[in-house]
Design a protein around this ligand. Structure first.
Ligand SMILES: [Zn+2]
Length: 359
């Protein structure tokens, strides 16, 4: 009898462990490059949205996104964030509530930021967007070494630095940029993308549009059902640098719409429904002083280390905006692996999981 109860106890313990570990089967991580915490939490900035040098049609833009009530303005720009994630998930970075999040790398621009997201620490040697293949061990390497994840991961991005940041040469994870994988082949058998690749106007000479990135990513995800997928958008940063506040807000609004569409898809797909976590964040912040600094970011740009994170789905607490706590970009890697029931690293320099948002 004693043995039987011990056996039952062990059985229950193993079942409850199995349930915990299997809550999150899949994670989709998305980044809005350089989208500021200020617009996320406070909506459009009055000085910027009213400035004719930054906005072609002030009245039209205000109609879309402006309100004296900051909560109404932010909801107009990113309705999915505020009507769905804020009600069913967790959001970090509302500095007014003392919920802070920041990067730890000293550089405050893209390659170092994405490297910190994927590797769990800010390597000061990674000091250029042209940096060669990432020397840091990342969650891509870590998960690829596990049979359960091998060949079940993907990255789709607008910016062509991602094959180096993820170091696809080392780990073999497919990284699609401009709808081509790192070997340069067209990656989808779907005819739609063959044509889009040439017909869609590029937003600048180096990148294609986030619209292509999103539609390709969704197509790939729905066909292949990866367990870990990354979608890297770029236009918010691009229009920020260009000083086009109207396009910057439109991009954020469009990306938010893609997230709504992706979440609808996830919750209607039998393989993803109720076992998938969606995490949205950014690689760095931007400045905020005066009319010019919002365009920039970098080691010398005050406040461009400040970021935000939103998460919804399996394993994520339903608590809305966190009211306090100080969090770091370097914690994202271990948070993702913890959702999968795996410990990323024992190393001291690696950020710990953000337990405050985990169930
Ligand atoms: Zn930038």
């Amino acid at each position: 009898m004693k043995n039987i109860s011990f056996f039952l106890l062990m059985l229950c313990a193993s079942i409850s462990f199995a349930q915990d570990a299997s809550k999150t089967q899949n994670v989709i991580l998305v980044t809005f490059d350089g989208y500021r915490w200020q617009e996320v939490f406070k909506g459009a900035e009055k000085k910027l949205i009213s400035n004719k040098k930054l906005v072609k049609d002030v009245d039209a833009l205000k109609k879309n996104y402006w309100s004296e009530d900051k909560l109404a303005s932010r909801e107009k720009i990113t309705p999915f964030l505020w009507n769905t994630i804020a009600k069913q998930g967790s959001i970090i970075g509302e500095r007014k509530c003392a919920s802070k999040m920041q990067v730890t790398n000293i550089h405050r621009f893209s390659y170092p930021g994405y490297s910190e997201i994927f590797s769990g620490w800010g390597n000061r040697k990674i000091n250029s967007n042209d940096y060669p293949d990432n020397p840091n061990h990342t969650i891509w390497d870590f998960l690829q070494a596990d049979e359960k994840f091998k060949n079940k991961m993907v990255a789709v991005a607008t910016w062509d630095a991602f094959p180096r940041i993820i170091n696809t040469k080392r780990n073999g994870v497919p990284v699609y940029v401009n709808i081509k994988d790192s070997a340069g082949k067209c990656s989808s058998g779907n005819l739609i993308f063959e044509g889009w690749n040439e017909k869609c106007p590029a937003s600048n000479g180096f990148i294609l549009t986030d619209s292509l990135t999103y539609h390709f990513a969704k197509e790939y995800i729905s066909k292949n059902h990866p367990r870990f997928a990354f979608i890297g958008f770029d236009e918010t940063d691009h229009f920020g640098h260009e000083g086009q506040y109207d396009s910057y807000l439109h991009s954020a609004n469009q990306l938010d719409g893609y997230m709504q569409d992706l979440w609808n898809y996830i919750q209607n797909d039998p393989q993803y429904k109720d076992n998938t976590t969606l995490i949205i964040t950014c690689d760095h912040g931007r400045g905020h002083l005066g009319m010019k600094m919002w365009k920039h970011h970098g080691g010398l740009v005050f406040s461009s280390n400040k970021i935000w994170l939103a998460a919804i789905g399996a394993g994520i607490k339903n608590q809305g905006v966190l009211k306090n706590g100080h969090f770091y970009q370097k914690q994202i890697a271990a948070t993702i692996t913890k959702l999968f029931g795996k410990k990323f690293s024992e190393e001291k320099k690696i950020g710990k999981p953000i337990d405050a948002i985990l169930n």
